[in-house]
Design a protein around this ligand. Structure first.
Ligand SMILES: [Fe+2]
Length: 308
């Protein structure tokens, strides 16, 4: 099967590796409470930058939000004189709230996510009975990416790839010679993301992962999460296509689609929902905005009982 968009991503990676095109600089920030890695990518020549998968701190018991995690991104960006042009989400996260709107206020940048967000908005709009005021057309975002869409960060070229399975809207962003793969894969010793959220699909996830793993072997992959792993007592969020192909616990070379689907399905059946799924989904489906205030001026997070 020919895959022109994957071929374009491969050509882009090779051009950077040859030195024909500039390579991005990357700094990652890890939020231990949600096991999330936020990545800041910039072009060293122009100092244009993108923030990928930011985190808004949320204290579930009190319903309080704060910005100490996102503030680290602000401090880093200001300290290096970065001009943030993109706030990128790999998907609508179910385990942490996005800080993108707050970061836009602080640093700027267009907010972008995969075009499949409209499917996620429809599913969760119904589950949370969000009402007609909640637009399910992706209009909370500045740009919706389709597979193969190109964008840039200063002189660094980038291409968006649609990699559904974990959710219907997952995107990977190939920026220069590196790929930000969101929740498709985790570190080789931990495996892969669950595929049992509404709209998730283990078979699609396998195909998306194998697609990413057909990028050049040396391609660096940056992940959205890490949970350590047996025998590894430190957090890690960077690996390579080759390391995943050789050693990923769930999808190394040789694991068939059917074997993966059987493993993923039985494993997902044992997993409890993420602690912050209720606030995360309600906020992230709105592009990181809390629900509208009620007539007393207070914003509320809902919990559907016996529904998820
Ligand atoms: Fe996720």
């Amino acid at each position: 099967m020919s895959d022109a968009n994957l071929a374009a991503a491969t050509a882009q990676i090779e051009a950077v590796r040859r030195g024909d095109k500039p390579a991005p600089m990357i700094r990652s920030f890890f939020d231990e409470p949600t096991n999330t890695a936020t990545h800041v990518v910039h072009d060293p020549a122009t100092l244009e930058a993108a923030v990928i998968d930011s985190v808004l701190d949320y204290e579930a018991a009190s319903g309080r939000t704060s910005h100490s995690t996102a503030q680290q991104v602000v401090d880093y960006a200001r300290g290096h004189g970065l001009n943030v042009v993109w706030q990128l989400e790999t998907h609508a996260h179910a385990d942490h709230l996005s800080a993108a709107p707050w970061l836009q206020e602080q640093l700027g940048g267009k907010l972008a996510i995969g075009a499949g967000i409209v499917v996620v908005q429809d599913v969760f709009g119904k589950i949370f009975n969000a009402g007609t005021a909640f637009q399910r057309d992706g209009s909370q975002f500045d740009r919706l990416f389709n597979d193969g869409d190109r964008f840039s960060i200063g002189g660094i070229e980038a291409i968006a790839l649609h990699v559904p399975g974990h959710t219907p809207a997952d995107m990977a962003y190939v920026i220069g010679d590196v790929a930000f793969v969101g929740d498709t894969m985790f570190m080789p010793d931990y495996g892969t993301a669950r595929a049992d959220f509404p709209g998730g699909d283990a078979r699609e996830l396998y195909r998306s992962i194998r697609r990413l793993l057909s990028l050049p072997r040396e391609t660096k992959l940056f992940l959205c999460h890490d949970y350590k792993a047996p025998g590894r007592d430190y957090y890690a969020w960077e690996t390579t296509v080759g390391a995943e192909r050789d050693g990923n616990l769930h999808v190394h070379d040789g694991v068939s689609e059917n074997d993966f689907v059987a493993m993923r399905t039985s494993r997902d059946a044992t997993l409890s929902l993420p602690k912050l799924i209720m606030p995360s989904v309600q906020v992230n489906m709105r592009g990181g905005h809390l629900p509208e205030a009620e007539d007393n001026g207070v914003q509320y997070i809902k919990i559907p009982v016996n529904r998820l």
